[in-house]
Design a binder for this molecule. Structure first.
Ligand code: NAI
Length: 329
């Protein structure tokens, strides 16, 4: 077994952090042959809670866990880091406008981008989970000019997994019968789950639901898009275990590859594919191999899908312009 992979988790004492760290340490992130060293990054007030989590991690005696360090300083927290899971973010408080939210998150993701630039390992891969995830990833990326831009990604895998689960319920099949699901756009209710290129037992998914555009438009898309709010309503707290599980899936597939004949969804810097504004960090169908992702090319986009993709991309362009105006990118 080679040198442990250094994984930095920000917001380590939060609810996603608590659901995420034990799975990373158990081998779910990088497989059964790779040891991990965890760096937990928190704000000073939450360091004690992170220490408690570290005590529990030690109590699990995970064979793959090579060590744990706890930091309240991003420069130290990202030093030598190979994989950064940026979970900690500033939630929208009462009376907070969008610009205030973006600015508050800029105060977190700008220094974290700078710290990644200064000291992360040359093979660093970053997944931003903390919302607004796509734009926070753009802020971190813009402040890490020496790191290849494509190493900064944001999470839409939870939307992807939700889209599979809802489709499986409608089609009366197992989740494993569904392939080539994809999410386009922002991790927000505007994201677009694509049934035109997904498959149910090898059949086109849109046809498998009887080409029912009303159900697609009125039920499926809003159910997937607003699932986060439905979870808060039911659980009294936001999605945590499912978000952690999606973060594991995202990094696992990026590092270890996607199965032949399947896609996953990752928000990645747009290279202009499908006419999407270059540079924004937006979700596409991708395949992964050899530690790199590629945007799936050559898909025909029907009119309904194109309208939805245009709308979610426009939202991201608006967020990019707002953070540009704040001098964060
Ligand atoms: P939480 O409030 O339980 O935990 C957040 C943690 O981040 C806290 O422990 C806080 O001390 C820490 N933190 C704040 N600023 C930090 C900084 N500068 N450096 C390091 N740590 C810092 O929140 P939870 O439930 O764990 O969610 C975390 C984020 O993930 C939220 O922004 C949430 O909206 C987002 N999220 C994203 C999803 C996605 O699909 N992309 C899905 C679900 C949640």
């Amino acid at each position: 077994m080679s040198t442990p992979v250094k994984v930095t988790v920000t917001g380590a004492a939060g609810q996603i952090g608590y659901a995420l760290l034990f799975r990373i340490a158990s081998g779910a992130l990088l497989g059964p042959d790779t040891k991990v060293h965890l760096n937990l990054l928190e704000i000073p007030q939450a360091v004690k809670a992170a220490e408690g989590t570290a005590m529990e991690l030690n109590d699990c005696a995970f064979p793959l866990l090579a060590g744990i360090d706890i930091h309240d300083n991003p420069t130290a927290g990202f030093d030598g880091c190979n994989i950064g899971l940026l979970v900690g973010a500033r939630p929208r408080g009462p009376g907070m406008e969008r610009a205030d939210l973006l600015e508050a998150n800029g105060a977190i993701f700008k220094p974290q981008g700078e710290a990644i630039n200064a000291g992360a390992a040359s093979d660093i891969k970053v997944l931003v989970v903390g919302n607004p995830a796509n734009t926070n990833a753009l802020i971190a990326q813009s402040n890490a000019p020496d790191v290849p831009k494509e190493r900064f990604t944001a999470m839409t895998r939870l939307d992807h997994n939700r889209a599979i689960a809802q489709l499986a319920e409608k089609a009366g099949c197992a989740v494993t019968d569904i392939k080539k699901m994809s999410i386009w756009g922002n991790h927000s209710p505007t994201m677009f789950p694509d049934l035109y290129h997904a498959e149910v037992k090898g059949q086109n998914a849109f046809e498998a639901i009887g080409s029912d555009l009303d159900w697609y438009r009125e039920t499926y898309q809003p159910t997937v898009g607003k699932r986060g709010a439905a979870i808060i309503d039911a659980r009294g707290a936001s999605s945590a275990a499912s978000a952690a599980s999606a973060a594991i899936d995202h990094v696992h597939d990026w590092v270890l590859g996607t199965p032949e004949g399947d896609y996953v969804s990752m928000a990645v810097p747009s290279d202009g594919s499908y006419g999407v504004t270059e540079g924004i960090i937006t979700s596409f169908p991708v395949t992964c191999s050899g530690g790199e992702y590629s945007i799936v090319q050559g898909l025909d986009i029907p009119e309904f899908a194109q309208e939805k993709i245009d709308a979610t991309v426009a939202e991201l362009v608006g967020e990019r312009d707002a953070v540009k105006g704040l001098g964060l990118v």
